[in-house]
Design a protein around this ligand. Structure first.
Ligand code: ADP
Ligand code: MG
Length: 682
């Protein structure tokens, strides 16, 4: 007797040869086959009489071949098969291209279904290259037809026939992984109905039911997998950190923390005092003040006699953190050091020795913090800033420097909370959902390239008031060759200096510069010694210059929404009204819509949701993170509600039966789904 692990080659009607072809798609077992979901569908349900046809509207017609098919050849070497078909309401001329076999297989006097786009009108209708099937044998017409993702050597027909065979083979053995109770509560259809209708929908409604059910199943199993992973983590025990009087720290700050910052700090401190390693994502929009949350955690860990490390994705950012935090923390007795790629070899050695001896409490830096030779005496807390820039392995390497240090990752990519739960899997999430007081929204405009003179005048006007401006250029080449970017940025800055702003101080920074040079430029800008800074996206992350009040973004259409929001976050950080000007000549409606989102809202979460909706989760995280493995149907942008329901059910099941003793199939499927996914989660 067959089960879902049966090799497809043993399924009746599939056989060796098709099995070989299916293998190329990664379809090995019966389960793989029936889980190979259509990419999209074509609605071929409309069955019309000839008189009811509408030009350009795809439809199926049941008509008799009134003439025998004729075969002719065009001068360009195309062979044409033509015939005239009739029903009681009219006449239809059909033409097939390069399907000469139809000449002998279509018979005068027989009735066929023709499905295609009609042209012409009541006197005579025409259909070019329709799909044709004998009236009595409808497979690809008169229904909603699945269109599968394919590979060379496997056609739609082969796939859909194989799936048909597969579904027939498992009709009686298809287990329903979802308990009836959940199914009924959430109004989900049965597995058999779902698999049948996701492939061969009886109607649009049936398809919707099938999709909902299967998407729920994915999200449910995924959540179960995540929860179990987290549980495994919780087995680790570490010495709980002791309560610390934080007043000294709070009094040293030039401002009071916002309520949201306080909440995040408290959540993190509670984690560190819990006896289990903290594993927390601190998420806050640009400018929400994540750095001080990190600083509070560092203070807490150091006062507990532990070392802390803060890892930033760029040299500029690491230096900025050091410049900001060491004057605050040193007087409180926290010995700080900066360690980056450009730290001189001798200094590096000294710092490494001090870290190993426990003479430095707090190391700030780039990935230089985790290179093999750096050892820590007693690393207790690792904070990674803007973590989406870091790979899993880098984070893991830093964490491995201490025996289960507490970890906190800070991200300004404001992803919807539900999505965060999935993406960051086993992390707890804190959200700083409040900006420090007194911030004004950045006024944002989209203008065409012809507005350049006006934009430059505007910059000049603000510069006269003492403000500073950023001008960001996108990557020039598809390849992203830094040489080209360097050239573009350098030349643009020189032209601006010479021809537009001879009286202002223009500087530039690009990815090809040595860290020391970059740093010098940024430091000068932060000190107000530069009026206009031309750059590539190196300033995207984290840089804090409160006096900068204009952000001009050239070719704004080339950036993702969230990236634009990050860039915009570089201004509006001080008390001055700030502006963001998106320059784009792109006329595409989708681009216009994306840019409009930015001009309308400054809420990072809303923008992220829009970004997710417009681009899908695959693109949202850029090239590196292609969608979510294991989730074939569920769309995290569209299915947020379904995800919530799935999570509720997963949690309630796990609270009743933590080890899934009553439903081993769920445990098994969740593990399998999760194994595929775990690699890409970080
Ligand atoms: P981000 O969350 O983008 O990393 P930062 O930590 O860089 O934000 O903080 C942005 C700016 O806001 C900094 O200049 C910082 O000093 C300031 N800031 C942070 N918290 C507060 C607060 N509670 N009140 C006033 N200003 C604050
Ligand atoms: Mg920051």
């Amino acid at each position: 007797m067959a089960d879902l692990t049966t090799d497809v080659r043993y399924i009746k009607g599939v056989g060796e040869q098709r099995a070989k072809a299916l293998e190329k798609l990664g379809i090995h077992t019966l389960r793989d086959l029936i889980s190979w979901f259509p990419r999209r569908y074509e609605d071929r349900t409309a069955l019309r009489r000839i008189a009811e046809l509408v030009p350009g509207e795809t439809a199926c017609v049941s008509a008799m071949a009134a003439t025998a098919p004729t075969l002719t050849f065009t001068r360009r070497g195309l062979d044409l098969v033509k015939l005239r078909a009739v029903d009681e309401t009219g006449e239809l001329d059909v033409t097939f291209f390069n399907q000469s076999w139809l000449k002998s297989s279509l018979k005068k006097g027989e009735t066929y279904i023709f499905c295609g786009k009609p042209e012409g009108g009541p006197r005579l209708w025409r259909m070019a290259a329709p799909i044709v099937e004998p009236e009595g044998k409808r497979e690809a017409t008169c229904r909603i037809v699945p269109i599968y993702p394919l590979t060379a050597g496997v056609s739609q027909t082969v796939l859909s026939r194989s799936v048909r065979q597969g579904l027939d083979a498992c009709a009686d053995i298809l287990p329903d992984v979802l308990p009836d109770e959940i199914r009924l509560r959430r109004q989900l259809c049965q597995a058999g109905f779902a698999y049948e209708n996701i492939h061969f929908p009886q109607s649009a409604e049936a398809l919707a039911l099938a999709r909902r059910r299967l998407a729920f199943e994915e999200l449910f199993l995924f959540t179960i997998g995540l929860r179990r992973l987290r549980k495994r983590r919780e087995v680790v025990h570490v010495a709980p950190l002791q309560a610390v009087d934080m007043d000294g720290f709070y009094r040293a700050l030039p401002f009071t923390l916002t309520e949201a910052q306080r909440r995040c700090v408290n959540e993190a401190l509670a984690d560190m005092a819990s006896g289990q390693p903290m594993n927390r994502l601190c998420q806050g929009d640009v400018g929400s003040g994540k750095t001080m949350v990190a600083a509070a955690c560092v203070y807490f860990a150091v006062k507990n006699g532990r070392q802390a490390a803060l890892m930033a994705p760029t040299e500029i950012l690491a230096r900025q953190h050091y410049a900001g935090l060491s004057p605050l923390l040193e007087p409180l007795g926290v010995r700080c050091a900066l360690l980056t790629g450009s730290t001189a070899a001798k200094a590096k050695k000294t710092i490494a020795a001090q870290l190993a001896a426990g003479e430095i409490d707090f190391a700030i830096g780039t990935h230089a913090l985790i290179t093999g030779s750096v050892e820590y005496a007693n690393l207790g807390l690792v904070v990674t800033d803007e973590q989406h820039r870091f790979g899993v392995s880098q984070r893991a390497a830093l964490a491995s420097k201490g025996a289960h240090p507490h970890t906190m990752v800070m991200s300004a990519t404001p992803i919807p909370r539900t999505l965060a739960l999935i993406l960051y899997g086993d992390l707890d999430v804190s959200v700083i959902d409040q900006l420090p007081p007194g911030r004004q929204a950045v006024e944002t405009y989209r203008v065409p390239g012809s507005y350049h003179p006006r934009v430059f005048n505007f910059i000049r006007k603000l510069a006269a008031q003492g403000r500073q401006a950023y001008i960001v250029c996108p990557q020039v080449t598809e390849s992203g060759d830094p040489e080209d970017d360097k050239k573009a940025v350098t030349e643009y800055a020189q032209t601006l200096q010479r021809e537009v702003f001879p009286d202002l101080r223009v500087a530039f920074v690009h990815g090809k510069m040595k860290p020391r040079e970059k740093d010098a430029v940024m430091t000068a800008f932060a000190a107000g010694e530069t009026d206009v800074l031309v750059s590539t996206t190196v300033i995207e992350v984290g840089v804090d210059v409160p006096n900068a009040a204009v952000m001009v973004i050239e070719n704004a259409e080339r950036f993702g929404l969230s990236q634009l929001h990050q860039l915009r976050g570089r201004v509006g950080r001080g008390k001055h009204q700030s502006y963001c000007i998106l320059i784009s000549d792109h006329r595409n409606e989708e681009t216009a819509e994306r840019l409009r989102v930015l001009t309308k809202t400054s809420d990072g979460f809303k923008i992220a949701e829009e970004d997710l909706r417009l681009r899908g989760p695959g693109d949202f995280f850029g090239q590196r993170q292609h969608g979510l493995p294991g989730l074939k149907l569920a769309d995290l942008g569209m299915d947020a509600q379904l995800l919530q329901e799935a999570q509720e059910e997963a949690d309630s099941l796990l609270s009743r039966d933590p080890d899934l003793k009553t439903c081993p199939a769920i445990a098994e499927r969740a593990e399998a789904l999760f194994r595929q996914a775990a690699d890409t989660l970080n």
